[in-house]
Design a protein around this ligand. Structure first.
Ligand code: EPZ
Length: 421
């Protein structure tokens, strides 16, 4: 189990390049199940979760070649040799559940382990199953597995009680090969949904409305391979924007799509951060004004992203003035508060709200990554905390941040990784 050792660092300065989006490349890789053909996926980030998805596709009979010298993944999808996804893969990565829709649409059968809960919530999947049942699938979930069968899916109208990202993706992928037209209403609108729809349309699907709350999918007979470059990761972008703010530094973020991080830009500007969009990229300066508090409410896109809540909370512990963070998307996404409090943040939790007094000079401590984004939060806090911060359970961070240590040290951060057996 590895650890990060972080020393109090000077303000981060310099340039950083954003990698491809984890939450786009994972469903896109699952979509390759829909057609026996070859695919070239560019700007693919080298992440643990991507490795797990590669392993999953290989288990299904695909030839998968990862070439991270060019951030390229080549996939040759053959006849599906396994319609079952075992628990040991799903427990490692929830996104394995995204293969349910494509597998069912392609082969008429799928048996997928139910993803367990995780530290941020119990993560139910009833909206995924509701949508697939409306498309005609017979589904039963028992003994920790979902078994789905369908001779031929038929288009239908699916209303999502909550704009679930995964449910939107699973249903959208399944509907591409259904007979007739499917509408997904109250659909998730995240940029990763749009990127997946663009990929599917390159495969020959007929999808309209991705990025809005209503997506129309006209079923087609068959799909084919394609080449696609994954969008930049908006949560990695937001994480480095917060790194510039919390360290009172000056960072040029290359390859970011500012349109995808509007709420993060707006909230950082409210704190006094200066953000300029230049031809070179997005310049983020935490060294111009004294930074002050602002309140955060997480919401589905285009609201403030829940995946940026922990990182932004770390910043709020260091700015002048009290703030309130309300987590509306997941029911238990304050696990990182305990770790920030070990560093002197003195945050109080009350249900869905966290009260942050602010104005703290954090001090280094031994802390853990409670989840992927909670891990990023304690790393950011460690950069400004007095003394040394030792972060363990860092496999969480490796799931979602490519070359995190290298990128941070490139900006002047004093962080190193020690890999213990
Ligand atoms: C995706 O998870 C992301 N993961 C998450 O990113 C992200 O936090 C989340 O969307 C919200 O933006 C991937 O894309 C791989 P949801 P997903 O279904 O699809 C409830 C990260 O840090 N819900 O939109 O699982 C659910 O319990 C990860 O990169 C139901 O109630 O999220 C949650 O409270 C963490 N029933 C809320 O919806 C369902 O059937 C949002 O979940 C499905 C979801």
């Amino acid at each position: 189990m590895g650890k990060f050792i972080i020393e109090q660092s000077a303000p981060l300065c310099g340039e950083v390049e954003i990698s491809g989006a984890k939450n786009a490349v994972l469903p896109i890789m699952a979509a390759t199940i829909l057609a026996e053909d070859t695919y070239e996926i560019n700007d693919a980030p080298q992440l643990r979760d991507v490795d797990v998805m590669c392993r999953l596709l290989r288990q299904m009979g695909a030839e998968v070649e990862e070439d991270y010298t060019q951030n390229k993944i080549n996939i040759k999808m053959g006849p599906i040799t396994a319609e079952e996804v075992p628990y040991d893969l799903v427990k490692r990565m929830r996104a394995s559940f995204f293969v349910l829709g494509p597998l069912l649409a392609k082969t008429g059968r799928a048996k997928i382990a139910l993803p367990g809960g995780c530290t941020i919530g119990d993560r139910p999947v009833e909206l995924h199953l509701k949508g697939l049942r409306i498309l005609g699938a017979q589904i039963n979930d028992a003994h920790g597995y979902v078994e789905a069968v369908a001779d031929k899916l038929k288009g239908g109208k699916v209303y999502l009680d909550f704009p679930s990202v995964g449910a939107t993706e699973n249903i959208m992928m399944a509907a591409t090969l259904a007979e007739g037209v499917t509408f997904i209403e109250n659909a998730a609108q995240e940029p990763e949904i749009v990127d997946l729809a663009n990929f599917l349309n390159k495969m020959g699907a007929k999808i309209k409305g991705a990025g809005t709350d209503t997506i129309k999918i006209e079923g087609v007979e068959a799909l084919h391979g394609c080449r696609h470059a994954v969008i930049p990761d908006r949560i990695e972008t937001g994480t480095f924007m917060v790194a510039a703010a919390i360290s009172r530094g000056d960072i040029l973020i290359r390859n970011a799509v500012s349109d995808h991080v509007k709420p993060v830009i707006a909230k950082l500007i409210e704190c006094g951060v200066v953000i300029d969009e230049t031809d070179e990229g997005m310049r983020v300066r935490g060294d111009v004004n004294p930074l002050i508090a602002t309140d955060i409410k997480t919401l589905p896109y285009p609201g403030f992203p829940t995946d940026m809540q922990a990182q932004f909370m770390a910043l709020l512990t260091t700015v002048e003035g009290p703030s309130v963070v309300i987590e509306n998307v997941f029911e238990n996404r304050f696990m990182h508060v305990g770790e920030l409090n070990r560093m002197g943040a003195n945050i109080k939790i009350d249900g869905k709200s966290s009260m942050i007094p602010g104005g703290k000079h954090l001090y280094g401590a031994e802390v853990i990554c409670t989840d992927l984004r909670g891990g990023a939060a304690v790393v950011l806090a460690g950069l400004v905390a007095e003394g040394t911060t030792e972060v363990s359970e860092i496999y969480h961070v490796d799931r979602g941040y490519e070359k995190f240590v290298e990128k941070l040290t490139g900006l002047g951060a004093k962080i190193s990784r020690i890999d213990e057996e």
